[in-house]
Write a protein that binds this ligand. Structure first.
Ligand code: AMP
Ligand code: GLY
Length: 423
């Protein structure tokens, strides 16, 4: 079959790797792709938001299955555009991707269906939001309603910070139209866990758990990023926690979406906080996490194309989803200065060290092929993943492998997976 992947980051590289491994794809295309994805796929110069061009490309090249990796096109309705032309596509429709695209929608959904989450109120006026702040306990969490590249969440310790935050979101429109509405919610404490799941509209099957590291600096300091590294599985996501989440969070979410006339097909990513009062939902995403995919997919035993097709055809209940009984750690190699400002265009050396090294992967996030060779082309450049018999071994292996590649201004966190020691 011919498979078309939409996206250009480390997550899409991991998806392309899994599709290539399946052996069922005689041809893989990726738009726009990157230098690492090009190893498995023919990269085509179409942007992820150019729906008409994507659909035309899929038709002209007799693509059998298109996989959407990124949030923006999903929230914008790319799946509906493909389906309108009778094309097979993996991902939620626009009316279901709203679970990620609108935080006020997802909070109201959880409230209506009694799914555990932080207490909150939604606002569409600055005045009402400011008045509400008089009634809250600090710290408090402010969230822009729409997509904001993972930056629309502000944790405010004082009234001054919160007042400034409301203005940043609703008056200065720092996150654009994403800030037309906002959520103000209770601050929660606990361990964070990411759980990705395949869904076919009725059935949900969870993958192995993972934990991200969102802050730029060691010890969870500095600004929020797309994610600086991950480990899988999370030792804090015990069998008991999993059983609670299956009963009170995952299946209720899929049932709620179906009951609302918004059946969810694709990947549901639940961001959880394991609080003293039990697991609660931080947020939903409508796609694989990045860099969660880079630790979860290498551990998956199933053929990804078979699972995705089962989702599209509504027969996920027949799939026995299985993961290896080991662990994986991904350390992101970024450009110094990310997520604010950084230089790109530096030649990357040592990539060949990963060739055919069992259990080691170098997923490209921001890279580009040039006449000089492969160069850095983004804030997050590479995701170095290694597997191990357990988390400690995987972490040692991943950090050793980060030394195999070099480029000017290479930056990484040195404490990815430190939490493992506290388990
Ligand atoms: P989100 O995009 O909603 O996942 O938020 C980004 C990050 O902000 C999360 O990974 C948490 O670390 C933090 N966060 C979000 N909501 C809360 C909350 N209610 N309490 C504490 N931390 C939060
Ligand atoms: N790593 C978090 C995300 O993909 O949203």
């Amino acid at each position: 079959m011919k498979v078309f992947i939409v996206g250009s980051g480390g997550r899409e590289h991991a998806i392309a790797w899994a599709v290539a491994k399946s052996g069922r794809a005689e041809k893989i295309y990726c738009a726009p792709g990157n230098a690492g994805i090009a190893e498995y796929a023919e990269c085509v110069d179409i942007g992820a938001m150019e729906f008409e061009k994507l659909v035309t490309f899929a038709k002209e090249n007799q693509v059998d299955l298109t996989i959407i990796g990124m949030d923006d096109p999903l929230v914008g309705g790319v799946v509906d555009a493909f389906e309108a032309e009778g094309l097979r596509v993996f991902g939620p429709r626009k009316n279901a991707a709203i679970i990620e695209g609108s935080k006020t929608f997802s909070k109201d959904l959880m409230k209506k269906y009694h799914i555990p989450t932080a207490a909150y109120e939604n606002f569409d006026s600055k005045e009402e939001a400011l008045a509400y702040l008089e009634t809250v306990k600090f710290p408090v969490v402010l969230k822009a309603d729409g997509l904001a590249l993972g930056k629309g969440v502000l944790i405010c310790n004082t009234m001054e910070e919160a007042v400034a935050g409301v203005k940043t979101i609703m008056e200065d429109k720092k996150f654009g139209d994403a800030g037309n509405r906002m959520v103000i919610e209770e601050f929660m404490t606990g361990r964070e866990v990411s759980v990705l799941a395949f869904c076919d509209g009725k059935t949900i099957k969870c993958m192995t758990s993972a934990q991200d590291h969102k802050r730029a600096g060691d010890g969870d300091t500095g600004l929020n990023t797309g994610g600086m590294g991950t480990f899988s599985p999370s030792p804090f996501y015990t069998k008991e926690v999993e059983a609670f989440c299956e009963k009170y969070i995952y299946q209720p979410t899929i049932d709620a979406m179906a009951a609302e006339g918004r059946p969810f097909t694709g990947i549901l990513f639940t961001g959880l906080m394991l609080t003293a009062d039990g697991p609660k939902v931080l947020e939903y995403n409508a796609r694989f996490g990045d860099p969660e995919a880079q630790v979860v997919l290498p551990r998956m035993k199933n053929d990804i194309l078979e699972v995705m097709e089962a989702c599209i055809d509504g027969r996920l209940s027949e799939v026995d989803l299985q993961f290896e009984d080991n662990a994986a750690v991904c350390v992101v190699l970024a450009s110094e200065g990310y997520p604010v400002s950084y230089e790109k265009g530096f030649v990357i050396s040592g990539l060949e060290n990963f060739k055919e090294k069992e259990g080691y992967y170098c997923f490209h996030a921001g890279t580009r092929q040039t006449e000089k060779g492969i160069v850095t082309n983004g804030g997050r450049v590479l995701g170095v993943t290694a597997k191990g018999a357990d988390l400690k071994e995987a972490r040692r292996n991943a950090y050793a492998a980060t030394e195999w590649v070099s480029f000017e201004n290479k930056y990484k966190r040195n404490d990815i997976g430190k939490a493992i020691d506290e388990a």
